[in-house]
Write a protein that binds this ligand. Structure first.
Ligand SMILES: Nc1nc2c(ncn2[C@@H]2O[C@H](COP(=O)(O)OP(=O)(O)OP(=O)(O)O)[C@@H](O)[C@H]2O)c(=O)[nH]1
Ligand SMILES: [Mg+2]
Ligand SMILES: [Zn+2]
Length: 278
């Protein structure tokens, strides 16, 4: 029988087989490991085979991810560099990124600001969990979709709003900011609609440049909005870091390229350079 691993608890796995969730152990599968998101074959009481994976993310451990909904909100202070890193991470791992501005009840200004800066980088949607206004999120979920983003942006709240019941544990905002601790600790898949799963995670909140696995020349390609200007740079190898004859820099100056995105690009270039030194 075929199944999908939706939760892992030490050496026990919750597997969705047909309509039912059953608990299985693993049989001699130590070498491949078994992760949430794995498509498996099961017999009477054990997982007997793990099917080939589309991808496998390590932190948090999650297999076969089709899409990532990157959540950002006006509070806590938004980390746009993390957003850029997550978008690149998605492209590298064949995952479709969507940027979702949560807490739209705190003001449309911030929603519009994010849309303006990111519309050329990936699809941008918005939501608010206050009145369960999460329909745009629901439309985006397919296959195995994961939420990602800083702590306290409202990832677990989005799952709860989608499921209309309090299954995912939500943190107390003030306490969390004080301690800087994450509320969600384990990875679990929630079936939002038949065959459409959403993962709540506590990972991805710090993504180091090493994980991106790109070099300084490749990095340019992950900023699609640079492309049409980059073609006109004097030098083909232009990294768009210096003023002379760089059309990307000119486009930033005239407001045709988002300054926020360009500044993130510069920071990532700098970080990649530092990494190379070690
Ligand atoms: N104003 C407003 N507050 C929200 C909204 N969604 C969530 N919150 C609040 O934001 C805080 C954090 O929500 P969580 O859902 O725990 O955030 P999280 O992203 O899951 O955090 P971690 O599990 O630590 O990664 C809570 O106090 C929520 O009540 C929203 O749409 N509007
Ligand atoms: Mg959470
Ligand atoms: Zn250039």
């Amino acid at each position: 029988m075929n199944g999908l691993v939706i939760k892992k608890n030490s050496d026990k796995f919750s597997v969705l087989v047909g309509e039912k969730v059953q608990i299985f152990s693993a049989r001699n599968l130590k070498d491949v490991g078994i992760f949430v998101g794995d498509k498996v074959e099961v017999d009477e009481n054990a997982i007997s085979k793990v099917k080939e994976r589309k991808n496998l993310l390590i932190r948090p451990p999650l297999a076969n991810v089709d899409k990532m909904i990157i959540v950002i909100s006006k509070t806590p202070k938004p980390d746009f560099l993390l957003v850029d890193k997550l978008i690149i991470f998605c492209v590298v791992h064949a995952i479709t990124p969507v940027l979702c501005v949560n807490k739209s009840d705190l003001g449309e200004d911030f929603v519009n600001f994010v849309k303006e800066n990111y519309k050329k980088a990936c699809k941008v949607i918005s939501c608010s969990t206050v009145n369960d206004e999460v329909f745009e999120v629901k439309k985006e979920i397919y296959g195995i979709t994961t939420l990602a983003g800083q702590s306290a942006v409202g990832k677990s709240s989005i799952i709860n709003a989608l499921l209309k019941e309090n299954v995912a544990v939500i943190g107390d905002f003030s306490k969390k900011v004080e301690r800087g601790k994450q509320t969600t600790r384990i990875v679990e898949l929630y079936e939002i609609e038949k065959g459409k799963f959403l993962a709540d995670t506590a990972g991805f909140s710090k993504l180091s440049e090493e994980l991106l696995n790109v070099d300084e020349y490749e990095l340019k390609a992950y900023y699609p909005e640079f492309l049409k200007f980059a073609e006109k740079c004097k030098y083909k190898s232009c990294l768009h870091l210096h003023d002379q004859d760089c059309e990307v820099i000119n486009a930033v100056k005239s407001g045709k390229i988002s300054k926020l995105r360009y500044e993130n690009y510069k920071i990532l270039q700098e970080n990649l350079k530092l990494m190379k030194k070690f």
